[in-house]
Design a binder for this molecule. Structure first.
Ligand SMILES: Cc1cc2nc3c(=O)[nH]c(=O)nc-3n(C[C@H](O)[C@H](O)[C@H](O)COP(=O)(O)OP(=O)(O)OC[C@H]3O[C@@H](n4cnc5c(N)ncnc54)[C@H](O)[C@@H]3O)c2cc1C
Length: 576
């Protein structure tokens, strides 16, 4: 049975608020905080060299630019110091990534493709010999990395890749053939993490296709590139197709074992998503600053824009949502740094919430700037274009919502399957049945309780307690209604995912604000308490709406409308 104790979000599906995971809100060590601050100062000094608008118009960084970035030490942030990196923890890494994104989205994506995903499989699954060989070049920036998974016929459905690697008869090397598309850093990478199908024993004397991860050294005979893609945003980052035709890969370049590639790709993306969330957070920070500068100085109707309620609401919501996103991200990096937690749902949630927050924040900033926001010279339209991709890559947000709902439901689903078995064999299952009965009595009658939240946030904690109890009961109900076919009920899964996202966000905000109050004293936390109350007010509305629409909704009508429209192939109405 799944161990719910290891994951805060998975425990929510069982009606548990794991306060031992949530409290105290994680903090970075003083030593590391010092190194991170030094990196941030260095990035700040480098800021004037980043001609973001110019690079965007050119569709490329100048030749020497990436080398200058490498000299700042930004290429090996999490590589151990013994290999020439900075050895930052996940928290430190994401904080620095956030800062880079306050300067330029394309630069953040280039660096993220290199280290958040490009060589992450080496970090997580590489052998000592592989690390020794590649880490120094990767840390210095002499070797740029990329992550090559996507193919023309395989995007979200990563298991369907066609690229194939065949072991030579003498077992010394593989021959790789296939095509990868839209690979960030593709044409400049010397270290390519490639995912390819290989034939593996099926355990019954035959073979079956599985995915294996390889390190491919480039350039090499048989590797060719498509032209740089002409993109909507992050235009200075290089995105290209990579073709492999009979490329020879040494047998020792397999990463993490034959046939383990799918798990490796998913694990890398789990990790990488937090870098992307951190990058989006930096974008929010930059947009909020731009919006405030404009609202403070631009006068209309004889007053600065910041006097108007509708502008105040926009600024406040941007700040509150960014605070919630930040609270989730650094809770999750804290879990990674602890090393004993399953953070897969938390990292997917952080990615979905923060990328959607930046999309919203950049759009609202553009609105606050009015016509000026629409002009290229002010840079906001570039951020709107740049950040749009964040909702698509490293797991499209729809697919991540499915992942959040279905991974979370697995725990209670298994429990219910065991209940069904126990009912058939009552004598054997008696212990289990009484445990489940006790759990349901707890959820229905006693309720869930939070004890570690600061008393000033008691009302908010009460809301969360009620919702977590109701959430577990609703999950049980959905599983009883749909059984295994819940996987095909995407309307329901989306609601479950959205509730999970809000419950995690509410939990992290409570933990963080409680910790701030404890450190600073309640009288100095007026703003943080207001942010917590405000976030809960809005999240409360969303969660309640999602609970209500589990039973009362227009799903059938929407399915009918979509089916008819897709059949017709166009909108279908006109007034004349
Ligand atoms: C600028 C850029 C850089 C990139 N960099 C890299 C890189 O470095 N390495 C790499 O390997 N790839 C990279 N990619 C590819 C990227 O990861 C894919 O675009 C992404 O995985 C989505 O795949 P797709 O575009 O084929 O969309 P599809 O998978 O075709 O999806 C299209 C839409 O359908 C939705 N959808 C798909 N399946 C489902 C489902 N089961 N239920 C509900 N909705 C669904 C998706 O959410 C999406 O909205 C990059 C792409 C771009 C545009």
């Amino acid at each position: 049975m799944e161990t719910k104790k290891d994951s805060f979000c998975k425990a929510l599906f069982h009606g548990d608020i794991r306060e031992d995971i949530l409290f105290p809100y994680p903090a970075i060590s003083n030593d590391e905080a010092e190194s991170v601050r030094m990196m941030i100062d260095g990035i700040d000094k480098f800021r004037p060299n980043v001609k973001s608008g110019q690079f965007d118009r050119d569709g490329a960084f100048p030749d020497e630019f990436i080398q200058q970035v490498a000299e700042l030490g930004l290429m090996g942030l999490a590589i151990p110091e013994s290999y020439g990196g900075l050895g930052l923890s996940s928290t430190g890494y994401v904080r620095v990534t956030e800062e880079i994104s306050t300067i330029d989205g394309a630069l953040a994506v280039t660096l993220g493709a290199h280290q958040s995903i490009g060589f992450k499989a080496l970090t997580l699954f590489g052998s000592d010999a592989q690390k020794k060989k590649y880490y120094p070049g990767l840390a210095s920036g002499e070797t740029i990395a990329c992550f090559a998974l996507t193919e023309p016929g395989s995007g979200s459905d990563a298991g369907s890749i066609k690229t194939r690697a065949v072991l030579s008869d003498d077992g010394t090397h593989y021959i790789l053939n296939g095509e990868k598309i839209w690979i960030t850093n593709g044409s400049m990478a010397k270290f390519i993490t490639v995912f390819a199908k290989t034939e593996e024993p099926d355990g019954q004397g035959g073979v079956r296709d599985k995915i294996t991860a390889f390190i491919v050294d480039a350039p090499a005979p048989g590797i060719t590139y498509g032209p740089p893609e002409d993109k909507m945003g992050i235009r200075a980052s290089k995105t290209t197709a990579i073709h492999f035709e009979n490329v020879k890969i040494p047998a020792e370049n397999v990463l993490g074992g034959r046939g383990k590639g799918f798990k490796i790709a998913m694990e890398v993306l789990n990790n990488g998503r937090l870098g992307l969330a951190g990058g989006s957070l930096g974008g929010c920070r930059r947009m909020i600053k731009t919006a405030i500068e404009h609202a403070n100085t631009r006068k209309q109707f004889g007053k600065p824009l910041n006097n108007f309620g509708m502008i105040q609401e926009k600024i406040a919501r941007m700040v509150v949502d960014t605070f919630a996103a930040e609270s989730m991200i650094f809770m999750t990096t804290g879990l990674i740094d602890r090393g004993d937690c399953d953070y897969s749902l938390e990292s997917a949630i952080s990615k979905v919430f923060t990328t959607e927050t930046l999309w919203q924040v950049s759009n609202e900033t553009l609105q606050i700037l009015g016509g000026m926001g629409y002009m290229r010279e002010c840079g906001v339209e570039q951020v709107v274009r740049d950040c749009r991709i964040n909702l698509i890559f490293e797991g499209a947000n729809e697919v991540l919502r499915l992942f959040i709902a279905l991974s979370g439901l697995q725990g209670p689903g298994q429990e219910l399957a065991e209940v069904a078995r126990a009912i058939k064999e009552p004598l054997k299952g008696i212990g289990l049945l009484s445990n489940i009965a006790a759990k349901n009595i707890r959820l229905n009658v006693v309720g869930v309780s939070m004890l570690k939240t600061h008393p000033l946030l008691k009302r908010e904690a009460g809301v969360l307690e009620d919702y977590v109890g109701e959430f577990a009961l609703q999950c049980q109900k959905l599983l009883q209604r749909h059984g295994k076919s819940i996987a095909d009920k995407q309307f329901a899964c989306k609601r479950i995912a959205d509730i999970t996202i809000d419950l995690f966000a509410m939990s992290c905000v409570l933990a963080r604000v409680s910790s701030i109050i404890e450190t600073r004293g309640a009288d100095k936390c007026e703003e943080e308490i207001a942010m917590a109350v405000s976030f809960f007010t809005v999240a409360n509305r969303r969660v309640r709406g999602n609970f209500k629409s589990i039973d009362r909704n227009d799903d059938d009508q929407l399915k009918l409308i979509a089916a008819k429209a897709c059949e017709r192939g166009h909108y279908g109405w006109d007034v004349v």
